[in-house]
Design a protein around this ligand. Structure first.
Ligand code: PLP
Length: 373
């Protein structure tokens, strides 16, 4: 109840007063429990909360996170924001510190820093402090993004072991780039390389994101780093969250603002892209790409009104869209319009927009109120 982020700004004149993303914390709890059931009690969970909890804007203080061991963010600024909000949960900073100032603040705020490049080790070596810092050492096993290349690994590892200020039982991690692919070749290569590199080392290790955790459950190791699945969304293109036993956390809702009749030949929306084939009734729904709904959804993409699918017609505007409700004579002004949610998976809208649900969720705009339920 306390994760209410931004109040609806529209005046109260209709049963539904604005666009909102309803955030179902019980669904999040369900998804956490689902992860725990899969991985067992020995494995720690880093809940990924980068990009404002994948666009959900849940407070890091929310009870939602009571079942997780650590919170994961991408940037230094995100880590500091969590601490400023009063979070006492351990925080993992995936991109690590970028300079000496940030490093000192990470020490001060007890942020766990991923070390992925030699410049960071150099910064650590130049320090002369009595405090200690927890780090995770990241190796790049086949993504060519953050992490030491395999031929640099031993050198980086040894340098960290030699550093007195670094907690010596650091986690060694890597990241999978293709775990959602049913063709497992690349991932199996990554896993094998990681095993080779860490063979004989007694450090805890961490590999799995959501797709890794679900596709390679038997190799979850000491720490998992699920993001998307905690929000109830599937990383696979051929399955939605419900197929995996997950419950979507977000329901994106607008409302029927205006109902009007249009005639055959009328042209709907910018660019006259949709020409009305016969007399129709349409609803104008005040949400658009300015709120983060993707402009390029394919023809026939639907919204839900009173549980029925109604196709979007014409180009989506910045602040509104038009929907054909001819088949639904009972629609009334103020009716709730679901853009995505339990009965209209965000995965399907992402597919219709030729993108991935990660993008839709994280790009949901600031005009949309997030309301906890
Ligand atoms: C974002 C991220 C994750 C979480 O990925 P999901 O696919 O959302 O589960 C895990 N690890 C790293 C390094 C990440 O950047």
């Amino acid at each position: 109840m306390r994760t209410f982020y931004r109040k609806c700004l529209l005046p109260v004149s209709m049963p539904s007063q604005g666009n909102c993303a309803r955030i179902d914390s019980s669904a999040f709890q369900h998804n956490i429990a689902h992860v725990k059931k899969r991985i067992g009690t020995e494995v720690g969970i880093v809940a990924m909360v980068k990009a404002n909890c994948y666009g959900h804007y849940v407070s890091s203080l929310s009870d939602m996170f009571s079942g997780v061991d650590m919170l994961g963010v991408a940037t230094f600024e995100e880590a500091m924001a969590l601490r400023q909000a009063g979070t006492e949960t351990p925080i993992l900073l995936l991109q690590g510190f970028r300079n000496r100032e940030q490093l000192l603040q990470c020490i001060d705020q007890a942020i766990i820093c991923v070390v992925h490049d030699m410049f960071q080790i150099n910064l650590l070596q130049s320090l002369d402090v009595s405090q200690s810092l927890q780090v995770w050492l990241k190796v790049d096993t086949g993504m060519c993004r953050f992490g030491f290349m395999p031929d640099q690994f031993v050198k980086a590892y040894q340098a960290l072991v030699d550093l007195a200020i670094v907690d010596s039982n650091f986690v060694i991690m890597t990241h999978l780039s293709d775990a959602e692919n049913s063709d497992q070749q690349h991932t199996l290569g990554q896993l094998q390389l990681f095993r080779q590199l860490t063979q004989g080392l007694s450090h805890p290790v961490s590999i799995m994101n959501s797709a890794g955790l679900m596709s390679y459950t038997d190799q979850c190791c000491d720490w998992v780093r699920p993001g998307l699945m905690l929000y109830g969304v599937s990383p696979y293109t051929d399955r939605v969250g419900a197929d995996l036993g997950l419950r979507p956390v977000m329901s994106l809702e607008s409302f029927v603002y205006v109902i009007k009749a249009i005639k055959a030949g009328d042209k709907v929306g910018y660019g006259c892209q949709w020409v009305c084939p016969s007399d129709r009734v349409i609803a104008i729904v005040p949400i658009g790409y300015g709120d983060g709904y993707p402009r390029h959804v394919k023809a026939g993409t639907c919204v839900l009104i009173r549980g029925r699918r109604c196709p979007i017609i014409g180009a989506i505007s910045m602040d509104s869209m038009m929907v054909d409700i001819s088949g639904l004579p009972t629609v009334a002004q103020g009716d709730t319009v679901v853009l995505w949610g339990r009965d209209l998976p965000v995965e399907s809208i992402a597919q219709a927009a030729s993108t991935i649900p990660y993008e839709l969720l994280t790009q949901l705009g600031a005009r949309v109120a997030r309301i906890a339920m």
